[in-house]
Design a protein. Structure first.
Length: 287
């Protein structure tokens, strides 16, 4: 009641931390805590509901596997969904509370991808049109870290950032938790950019391979017995597309300078492309 008191405007972090300590001290702590929090989050008083959501996210940060296991069950997820659903409390819950609940569930889909029920609950909200698009998480939002941290965690490759994150997350100060969230989001952004680079590289190399193969076939037919007008158009279109792929390969090569294996793959694709373009010019020009 103290931690979610609607009459206070600022979070009572000392009280919230005591609540987390109590959850951790009691074997049934996570189960009871989530029942209490669900009731508070469904409160018609906006302040009480928002404070309860802060307590919930702080518990996710500080209360470990047992808490994560309980919160990922439909029993609790359904209580959150009721706040959003027009069939239940969505008709009178404030937009601010509904927006925050959506952010909470969405952030869990990011940090707990192994929890199928969380993924299912969020996708159901999108299918029903209750959530129209993924929310953009604000920088000062408290995002829980994945726990237990998977072995292929994005923080495993940077020991300094990993230690800094661990230190920030252990803190009870809101500014440290906000700093942790900013660090998490910056690393996620870096990882997404790396993933996008890999995707571009794979797709471009695949397209080069397919186009070169098709060009070789058409050029072979061209040498033997000529091509129909339709095949000639296809060959010309392939040539034009392959010319446009060359600068893309150069850009990919500049992005992959630090990755020898990826760079070798790009250079090999560029060699094949250059040979195909050379063959086209030689064969078609000679005609």
């Amino acid at each position: 009641d103290e931690a979610t008191d609607p009459s206070i405007s600022e979070e009572n972090w000392e009280c919230i931390q005591r609540f987390c300590d109590q959850v951790n001290a009691d074997m049934e702590g996570p189960l009871f805590a989530l029942r209490l929090l669900a009731h508070k989050i469904q409160s018609p008083q906006e302040g009480e509901a928002l404070h309860a959501l802060t307590v919930l996210e702080t518990c996710v940060n500080n209360c470990g596997d047992r808490f994560h296991s309980e919160m990922a069950k439909f029993r609790f997820l359904n209580e959150l969904i009721k706040v959003l659903s027009p069939k239940y409390y969505g008709i009178w819950s404030s937009e601010k509370v509904k927006s925050r609940v959506t952010e909470v569930i969405f952030s869990w889909t990011v940090w707990f991808p192994q929890e199928v029920k969380i993924q299912d609950a969020y996708q159901m909200l999108k299918k029903q049109g209750i959530v129209k698009e993924d929310p953009k998480l604000p920088e000062d939002k408290i995002l829980p870290p994945p726990s237990p941290r998977p072995q292929n965690s994005i923080f495993d490759t940077d020991e300094e950032k990993s230690k800094l994150l661990a230190r920030l997350l252990k803190s009870s100060h809101p500014e440290d938790l906000q700093a942790a969230n900013r660090l998490i989001q910056s690393v996620i952004k870096e990882e997404q950019e790396k993933s996008a680079q890999v995707s571009r590289r794979v797709n471009t190399i695949s397209e080069v391979s397919e186009n070169v193969k098709r060009m070789d076939e058409l050029l072979d037919n061209y040498r033997r017995h000529g091509l129909s007008p339709a095949d000639q158009e296809t060959l010309q279109a392939l040539f034009q597309r392959c010319e446009k792929l060359r600068p893309l390969l150069f850009r990919l090569a500049s992005e992959a300078v630090a990755d020898e294996e990826a760079l070798a793959e790009i250079l090999q694709a560029n060699d094949k492309l250059s040979q195909a373009l050379g063959q086209y010019r030689q064969v078609v020009a000679s005609q």
